[in-house]
Design a binder for this molecule. Structure first.
Ligand code: ADE
Ligand code: ZN
Length: 337
């Protein structure tokens, strides 16, 4: 099968996205529109200048722009628009189910409360569900550069909304903020019946991945590409089939790998790990889910059965019920490749 045929198959096949920051799907056009609407001063004169600023040396250089961009999100309709635009991309990319992260503290720290962003998110999600049957779950992610006390306060503030939140996560600047910093709040989340994921091994060492597993009791690792440096960890991830949500375009944009040809996602898959492909922050990194698959098709020698495995993994690694997974996996199995 040619690369073109693999891309055609991936475009059409039903898929799941498991690692997507909704704030990272804020396109420059909406950013500029909302900045004007709310009279937020940004250091950009036009959309091209926003796009030109998206040149990153590392995770922190990206996060600085990501938090600046998020400052234009203020009212319920802004959060509705943001979510709605992403859900339209899901429809276009055949992403039938998405587990979407949001960062409450990015908004509460600016005086924008759960009542505002949750209402906007829910309105868009309900509309997409009604209009084309879109399936979504929400993951509330704590900012690891802030204190555990701030995460605990965020959890308290989220209590009236927990019926609409399926899991908690951990994101933002990884180096210097190990998982162990959030032991107590993750324990509280587990006791509340919330699922748990955490960014680990994006820029941080393998010990951070061990920390997320052993201390935070996570069910998925976001990124985890630095697990390749620790043979014992690789063996553990293979035996446990603990999923990794890998984001190829993000990793090259943030210089975790200099070039896509050097990305280790195919090696990790060949080692038998439960690998999934995701977009992370698509507006900042140059592509949504299908673009991430296209990048590995273009630059890595990926074969048909491996591509099918990645798509199958996206369902199996999700928080969908067994019944829902079985229904979709039957369809994938029947789709000829
Ligand atoms: N927040 C948004 N995107 C992120 C990433 N790739 N790593 C850590 N925190 C993030
Ligand atoms: Zn991420």
């Amino acid at each position: 099968m040619t690369k073109q045929q693999l891309k055609q198959w991936i475009s059409k096949v039903p898929k799941v996205e498991l690692h997507l920051h909704i704030e990272g799907s804020l396109e420059p056009e909406l950013m500029m529109t909302l900045a004007k609407k709310h009279q937020v001063e940004l250091p950009y004169a036009n959309i091209q200048q926003v796009k030109d600023a998206y040149n990153f040396d590392n995770l922190q250089s990206f996060l600085d722009l990501y938090y600046l961009g998020a400052s234009v999100l203020k009212d319920e309709d802004d959060f509705y628009q943001l979510m709605w635009n992403y859900l339209l991309k899901c429809k276009a990319d055949n992403v039938v189910h998405a587990e979407i992260m949001f960062d409450p503290q990015t908004h509460t720290e600016r005086g924008v409360g759960f009542n505002v962003f949750m209402a906007g998110f829910k309105r868009a999600i309900n509309q997409a569900k009604q209009e084309w049957g879109q399936s979504c779950l929400l993951i509330m992610s704590f900012l690891r550069h802030l204190s555990e006390q701030s995460a605990i306060e965020t959890l308290q503030a989220s209590k009236p909304y927990l019926d609409d939140i399926c899991a908690v996560g951990l994101d933002s600047g990884e180096l210097g903020n190990p998982p162990e910093k959030f032991t107590e709040v993750f324990k509280m989340c587990k006791a509340l019946g919330l699922n748990r994921v955490a960014h680990a091994g994006e820029e941080g060492p393998p010990s951070y991945i061990w920390g997320a597993i052993q201390t935070l009791d996570v069910q998925r690792i976001d990124h985890g590409v630095r697990s390749a440096e620790d043979p014992k960890l690789i063996e553990y991830l293979k035996q446990s089939q603990l999923p990794l949500t890998v984001c190829p375009l993000s990793n090259t944009k943030l210089k975790v790998f200099e070039h896509m040809e050097q990305h280790n996602v195919l090696e990790l898959l060949k080692l038998g790990l439960m690998i999934t492909i995701n977009a992370d922050d698509p507006s900042y990194f140059g592509g949504y889910l299908n673009d991430n698959y296209f990048a590995i098709i273009d630059y890595l020698a990926i074969e048909e059965n491996q591509l099918k495995q990645l798509v199958t993994n996206s369902f199996n690694a999700s928080f969908l019920t067994l019944e829902q997974k079985t229904k979709w996996l039957k369809l994938i199995d029947q789709s000829c490749l």
